[in-house]
Design a protein around this ligand. Structure first.
Ligand code: UDP
Ligand code: MG
Length: 340
């Protein structure tokens, strides 16, 4: 039995007078990005359905198929015959972040929950999140109680990344939080107003602000298949996140250039004085070569950093849509309506 199970059906635990939002009359949307997750979806959907049914609200589960090549579309074809299950198929694999954007754009709920298809995000946490929403919290984000399941290098990389990201002014990205979260309609609408192509979601969630609150969970192991985020993909994500939310690397380059000029000026002065005072014909082929190579390297790195920002601008300027939809199916489940 897992530790999140006790949270099921704890909705009634909240005193009525504390509630500012009515769960019964709300519609809850669950957005599930899925890339080749047919086997996982087969387990997740029934579990999610029973959690949602217990809330007494209207609900929908929006599965965003991010260009899967397995039998996700056949599977969803049969699920969408039931009210509550919706299927949005993208025209190809666009990546998790565009898939999430597609999902929250399609969602109609007063409250939207994002969770992975691979069962690492326990659906049972949903009722706890909804409880917090009912008392007025706009965004409830799940934070991992531990990262024991991750390798040492991944944990180290994560720590370095979050400390570099602290340079983002006014945006405090909470570490250990992912996309698993509940958002009120106001937060979703705010997110959808952000026009950028480069969707570093963790940064965007933090940028929009609102009244948010963490909730702890223990991530389960992936049910079937393996993670799509290898070390290279994570590095790329980190780089886009840093360049989209901070400009300190650019400033660091100028600062470094300034320091180097000061040093070389002092050194030049020293050579002239040495020649004038001691008639010392300064020889230094090795010094010159070493310094030249070192600074060619620094030059290229600086150019690369500037290039990252220009590449970002290039992507934004093209203004292509974030994703394309191939087909949509299904409809929400409305509490109290006739379903035949
Ligand atoms: N995913 C997606 N598009 C992608 C890669 C992943 O929609 O290009 C989905 C995937 O199906 C899963 C979620 O994003 O539901 C998280 O992916 P994964 O488990 O591979 O990442 P991790 O849990 O290791 O961060
Ligand atoms: Mg996963």
């Amino acid at each position: 039995m897992n530790s999140n199970d006790q949270s099921v059906s704890s909705l009634s635990a909240v005193p009525r007078e504390l509630r500012v939002r009515d769960v019964m009359s709300a519609t809850i949307s669950c957005v599930v990005p899925a890339f080749n997750e047919a086997t996982n979806l087969g387990v997740l959907l029934p579990r999610l359905q029973s959690v949602l049914a217990q809330t007494g609200a209207s609900w929908e589960i929006v599965v965003v198929d991010d260009g899967s090549r397995d039998n996700t579309s056949q599977l969803m074809g049969s699920w969408t015959a039931n009210p509550g299950f919706r299927y949005v198929q993208l025209s190809r694999n666009f990546g998790k972040e565009p898939a999430i954007t597609a999902g929250i754009e399609a969602a109609i709920g007063d409250v939207v929950v994002i969770l992975d298809a691979d069962l690492q995000h326990p659906p049972e946490l949903l009722s706890k999140m909804i409880e917090r929403w009912a008392v007025g919290v706009d965004m409830v984000y799940a934070v991992r109680a531990n990262r024991d399941d991750e390798s040492f290098t991944k944990r180290l990389g994560t720590r370095v990344f979050y400390s570099l990201l602290k340079g983002a002014r006014g945006v405090r990205v909470p570490p250990h939080a992912g996309d698993f979260r509940l958002m009120d309609r106001s937060v979703v609408d705010a997110l959808l107003r952000l026009p950028e192509r480069n969707r570093f979601m963790k940064g965007l969630y933090a940028w929009v602000g609102f009244n948010s609150e963490p909730i702890e969970y223990v991530p389960d192991a992936r049910q079937y298949g393996e993670s799509r985020f290898g070390i290279l993909k994570l590095l790329r994500l980190a780089l886009t996140g840093l360049t989209a939310f901070t400009t300190w690397p650019l400033r660091a380059v100028s600062l470094f250039g300034f320091l180097v000029s000061m040093c070389s000026f002092t050194y030049g002065l020293y050579i002239v004085i040495e020649y004038l005072l001691f008639a010392n014909p300064v020889d230094g082929w090795p010094t010159i070569v070493t310094i030249l190579l070192f600074f060619s390297g620094i030059n290229l790195i600086s150019l690369g950093i500037v290039g990252e920002y220009i590449a970002g601008i290039f992507d934004e300027v093209k203004g292509r849509p974030l994703y394309l939809v191939r087909q949509t199916q299904g409809r929400p489940y409305t509490q109290g309506a006739e379903h035949g």
